[in-house]
Design a protein around this ligand. Structure first.
Ligand SMILES: [Ca+2]
Ligand SMILES: [Ca+2]
Ligand SMILES: [Ca+2]
Ligand SMILES: [Ca+2]
Length: 433
């Protein structure tokens, strides 16, 4: 290795000396490339002996040979081709010595645009001129920029190759579910990926460019709890050139999750009335049902959440599924709660998330005649002038009865022996005048 680089150094020195001698000895020698820089292109993966091409109309590459004294023009790549992909060739046609750049033979590696897409080659032309008995060499350099053109040599690759999603059955149509991702390092169309489903489906759609999978029809748990899809990824290069390019695949698994659609329904079979202070222990039978199936349709609880501040009632499940009794726990007193009760019931299902519903149950208490009429005073005193005429009002008595309706109707009478003529009056109201 050391020896080789020392040898290269030696060569470089010789070349420099020779150029100097050219300048000193032969001012009439005109050796020049037609341009200082050329652009050529060559497809990647080209086999050996593939020639790089110029754009149409570009200045031809090479050296115009003006002097017959010049002979043996040779081209050599002196820099920019570390991996020895290229070879420079000369071909004399008339008075023009063409420069060709082609791929070398015997290189195991090939041009790979994805690895390196441009080579800037330094090409040196050497020519010899006979001066008397001496041969003098001349050299001149030019730059050839080789652009490596893309070929569709890569297939899209999914990463990851498997996707899982769980979707509620009430997911709105057109909603995105997941996104698949594939990559293709090729250029332009060769690297543009087109996504599709391998199997026909009317439930799901995939965006050909973004890979986003969305819902195209409502999912129903009862119609299927699991969907498996195969997504294809194909680059556009393959689409436009039939037969080339492989299709890559990814698996998508979608699980449908049941939704707790319905809240429980509360139905009440009520005893129309309940008599206060009675021993009735069941006030009403409540049936709770839920239209959902499975766990979403199971009833978790029925409770009194309002309307019973002192805990007169309680709810107890019966042996029948979904059936509950509203039981009376304590004696009820109509007089302390004349408006009765409005029990607020709440039923909750075992769904996820749970749903609940409410129902109000009015409780009317029927009066029991458990209160005696009460005078507003225990003793009344009245003074009557002896001149008072017959039928003169003497006193106003006020009697109340805490009961209701007929139970509150009060009869007054002066018991026999207390007055001349007993007077009796009946009043609906509790006030006697
Ligand atoms: Ca490709
Ligand atoms: Ca490529
Ligand atoms: Ca439910
Ligand atoms: Ca009463």
């Amino acid at each position: 290795m050391m020896r080789r680089s020392a040898f290269a150094c030696c060569l470089l020195v010789i070349v420099l000396i020779q150029v100097e001698s050219e300048g000193a000895l032969s001012t009439d020698v005109d050796i020049r490339f037609s341009k200082q820089l050329y652009n050529v292109s060559i497809p990647e993966n080209s086999v050996a002996k593939t020639y790089a091409t110029q754009a149409p109309g570009a200045e031809r590459m090479g050296i115009h040979v003006r002097s017959n004294a010049l002979s043996d023009i040779r081209y050599k790549i002196v820099d920019g081709d570390r991996d020895k992909f290229f070879k420079a060739e000369d071909r004399l046609v008339g008075d023009f010595c063409f420069l060709f750049i082609r791929t070398r033979t015997g290189n195991n590696d090939v041009l790979n645009r994805e690895r390196k897409d441009k080579y800037v080659l330094q090409v040196r032309a050497t020519a010899t001129k006979r001066e008397g008995k001496q041969k003098v060499s001349f050299s001149v350099d030019t730059t050839v920029v080789v652009t490596v053109l893309d070929t569709n040599d890569l297939n899209p690759l999914f990463y990851p190759t498997e996707y899982n999603a769980t979707v509620f059955e009430d997911t709105p149509v057109h909603q995105s579910i997941l996104k698949v991702v594939a990559e293709d390092a090729d250029l332009g169309r060769n690297g543009e990926i087109y996504y599709s489903f391998a199997e026909e489906t009317d439930k799901f759609a995939i965006h050909p460019m973004s890979g986003v999978i969305s819902l195209s029809r409502p999912l129903r748990y009862n119609e299927g709890t699991y969907h498996e899809l195969t997504v294809l990824g194909q680059d556009r290069g393959a689409l436009f050139r039939q037969g080339s390019g492989m299709v890559s695949k990814a698996k998508v698994r979608i699980r449908v999750k049941k939704v707790n659609f319905h809240a429980p329904e509360i139905r009440i079979r009520r005893h129309p009335q309940i008599v206060e202070n009675s021993n009735a222990d069941i006030y009403a039978i409540v049936n709770v049902s839920d239209k959902d199936s499975g766990v979403h349709g199971e009833i978790k609880s029925l409770e009194i959440v309002d309307g019973d501040p002192d805990g007169h009632f309680r709810i107890r499940p019966t042996k029948q599924k979904g059936e509950f009794n509203i039981e009376v726990l304590k004696l009820l007193d109509r007089e302390t709660t004349p408006q009765g009760y409005t029990l607020k019931l709440r039923a909750v299902d075992r769904g996820v998330p749970p749903r609940e519903s409410y129902k109000s149950v009015p409780v009317h208490l029927t009066d029991l005649n458990d209160n005696a009429p009460v005078f507003n005073k225990e003793m009344y005193e009245v003074k009557v002038p002896e001149t008072a005429p017959v039928n003169t009002p003497l006193i106003r008595l006020k009697v109340t009865d805490a009961d209701e309706g007929r139970n509150a109707q009060v009869f007054l009478e002066i018991p026999h022996g207390l007055g001349d003529r007993p007077r009796q009056r009946r009043h609906k109201k509790t006030v006697f005048r």
